[in-house]
Design a protein around this ligand. Structure first.
Ligand code: WTA
Length: 651
């Protein structure tokens, strides 16, 4: 098998779209030409043709106060109406919006008409709780239909949602609730994961004790896990008692295109997560445009499945807003890929006849490890397009995905984007672009990117540099919640009027872009962004820790893995008799403080950390060690013998 793959790689560097696929493709070459001829006109056309505006806009882009962009600013629309009511009004009410599959095997298919009713009820409930335009609602839910309903209900009344991934700890939830000053939290008693109920409401209770702002008035609770929960009758309401009995009549008001839609926290280079702010009209335009063209959506016949959790940006743009704005039928799955058996995903593909699958390289690599017999026990012949997101997909995984999952001839699109960009920025267009495994390829029509050196000069050819976005785009972040200065510093200070993405990239001789990973202290573990600084400050918060350094080390399955080097306090040293127990305790501590996704793969207890004369930790050397390489140049260290000592301790 491996031989075959290597052979395929050498022989075929590019895959032409099949004539049959190209003939029916949604995307056409002319999109590039139109966008090149008149970029703003192109986006205005997309906004008009893909969305329904209550009040049409006359202005496309206002960039008079960079980096604060306004798109379609004098237009008005309701985002939820665009995702729901207008499809029902167009006679599509009976189309299935969501085929939901619970982890234990229960399922529900929900039509656009039903979803619209449910969102109206939830909107009435939230209004009944006093939630108004601009108020923040935190959502901490498993992957159940109510997660989608909650997001759309918040959007419908012009409020702002902040979805917090259900795997985050009470501390992480508390700091997000405080930062956004949320007035309502929507959660569930619990959800299913790996065959068990994991509690959510108890985490919310704990978070609300920790939250210092005291802003939360109500907690709305979906019954899902049937686990015991404590109840505060002054604050807590059951979804099935309040939403289910609320009126399904709700007149949606139109809001400005720049009305904030959501805040989503993501890791940056400092310890404190940033609340990335997105607004309505531009965001929805680019989410819908890319969803339709990159995934070749034929809404009347496709069954689309994006495996991302709604707690991440991929879930926002490609589970909720893009697909629903386009009237797609999609699968939503609650659980883990291997529960109750390792073929669960492929069983779901077969059951619903999934035609478009969008997932992450880390998932593909773990399926590769298990072997093709697992997917091949199911009928995957309905699949006609595959997508990848979250980290670079290595050519071997790309080829395996196309051959083993896709049957050998269907397009695989590798999509590069970020929480900040809101929607896909770099990707092939299926049916148009010749595909090249391992490269995200080209900017989507209407998007302008460049690769620059540290001084802002354009880098020609194969030389690597920093990926930048050179023109404002409709779904760009509008800022960091409550911190306009940090917004400017993080993304705009380096290159002035160009957006600095934080990724390294190079362009090959065909002009295709290859992503080279983060150039800052952000790690990418299983497609999730984690900050070295955030994990370091969590480690240092433990009473045993004197100092900590964290690096992202290359990992075959997860892309990168968190590896920590910790110096214990001398005063505590006698308490710690067993080094490996201490390492376990610290790993657990990070999981409790931040969430299980941040748990270090390894914690090494060491006596010293490699530092420069000015006291800066040289993480590069620790990464060499964590990746089992010869340690690189140590001449700039204050004490060059330190690495020898650390190496001896680690081994
Ligand atoms: C990385 C996820 C290579 C990149 C949508 C980016 C990728 C970060 C790709 C954003 C890709 C995402 N190829 N790298 N196709 N897609 N990345 O905010 O480093 O969770 O900066 O958004 O993931 O992660 P985020």
């Amino acid at each position: 098998m491996t031989v075959q793959i290597d052979h395929a790689l050498e022989e075929i560097r590019r895959f032409r779209p099949s004539p049959e696929f190209a003939a029916q493709a949604v995307a056409e070459e002319r999109l590039y030409e139109e966008a090149a001829a008149d970029r703003l006109g192109f986006w205005a056309d997309q906004a008009r043709s893909l969305l329904t505006w209550e009040k049409p806009f006359t202005q496309t882009l206002d960039w008079t106060n960079p980096p604060f962009a306004k798109w379609f600013a004098d237009g008005e629309l309701n985002v939820a109406v665009n995702c729901l009511d207008r499809h029902v009004a167009a006679g599509l009410g009976e189309r299935v919006a969501i085929h939901w599959e619970g982890e234990p095997g229960d399922s529900r298919s929900i039509t656009y008409a039903e979803l619209t009713d449910e969102v109206k009820r939830a909107a009435n409930t939230l209004e009944g709780l006093g939630v108004k335009q601009g108020d923040r609602v935190a959502i901490y839910l498993p992957m159940i239909p109510e997660a989608v309903v909650s997001m759309l209900a918040v959007a419908r009344i012009g409020a702002i949602h902040s979805v917090v991934f259900g795997g985050f700890s009470a501390d992480s939830l508390a700091s997000r609730i405080d930062d956004a000053e949320a007035s309502v939290v929507i959660t569930a008693d619990g959800g299913y994961r790996k065959g068990r109920v994991f509690p959510l409401k108890p985490v919310v209770d704990e978070a609300l004790e920790k939250a210092e702002g005291g802003t939360v008035r109500n907690v709305l609770v979906v019954k899902r896990g049937e686990n015991e929960v404590a109840w505060n009758a002054d604050r807590d309401l059951w979804w099935h008692e309040s939403v289910a009995t609320a009126s399904a009549e709700h007149d949606a008001q139109a809001f400005d295109a720049e009305n904030p839609l959501f805040i989503l926290y993501t890791s940056g280079t400092t310890g404190k997560p940033k609340g990335i702010l997105h607004t309505s009209g531009g965001y929805l335009t680019q989410a819908a445009f890319t969803h339709k063209n990159v995934f070749d959506l034929h809404a009347e016949r496709d069954v689309y499945w994006c495996t991302a959790d709604v707690g991440w940006i991929t879930g926002h743009s490609y589970v909720v807003y893009g697909p629903l704005a386009n009237g797609a039928t999609q699968v939503l799955y609650e659980g883990t890929p291997d529960t109750p058996h390792p073929g669960r995903w492929w069983e779901i593909v077969e059951k619903y006849g999934v035609t478009i699958l969008y997932t992450a390289p880390t998932a593909i690599r773990s399926f590769m490890k298990l072997g093709r017999q697992i997917p091949h026990a199911f009928n995957l012949r309905t699949l006609r397009l595959l997508g990848s997101v979250g980290e670079p997909i290595n050519p071997e995984a790309w080829i395996w995905y196309r051959h083993v999952i896709g049957g050998g001839s269907i397009p695989v699109v590798d999509t590069w984007w970020q929480t900040e960009t809101g929607a896909i920025m770099i990707s092939a267009l299926p049916g148009v672009t010749d595909l090249k495994p391992g490269s995200a390829q080209v900017a989507v029509p209407g998007i302008s990117v460049d690769i620059l050196d540290d001084d802002g000069n354009h880098v020609e050819g194969e030389g690597g540099g920093l990926l930048t976005i050179t023109e404002p785009w409709p779904s760009m972040l509008r800022g960091i919640w409550g911190d306009p200065e940090r917004f400017k510093e993080t993304y705009w200070e380096k290159f002035g009027d160009k957006y600095f993405a934080g990724d390294g990239a190079r362009r090959d001789e065909d002009g295709d872009i290859w992503l080279l990973g983060r150039v800052d202290d952000v790690m990418n573990v299983s497609g999730h962004r984690l900050s070295t600084a955030e994990i370091e400050s969590s480690l240092v918060a433990h009473p045993w820790t004197a100092e900590a350094a964290v690096v992202g080390a290359a990992d075959e399955t997860t892309g990168q893995a968190v590896v920590a080097f910790v110096i214990l306090k001398a005063s505590q040293a006698d308490q710690v008799t067993d080094v490996s127990a201490a390492a376990d305790e610290l790993r657990k501590h990070v999981a409790t403080q931040i969430g299980a996704i941040a748990r270090p793969r390894q914690v090494f207890i060491v006596n010293e950390l490699p530092k420069t004369r000015s006291g800066k930790i040289m993480r590069r050397l620790l990464r060499d060690l964590a990746e089992g390489r010869q340690v690189g140049d140590t001449t700039t260290l204050a004490d060059t013998s330190v690495m020898t000592a650390i190496t001896a301790q680690v081994q």
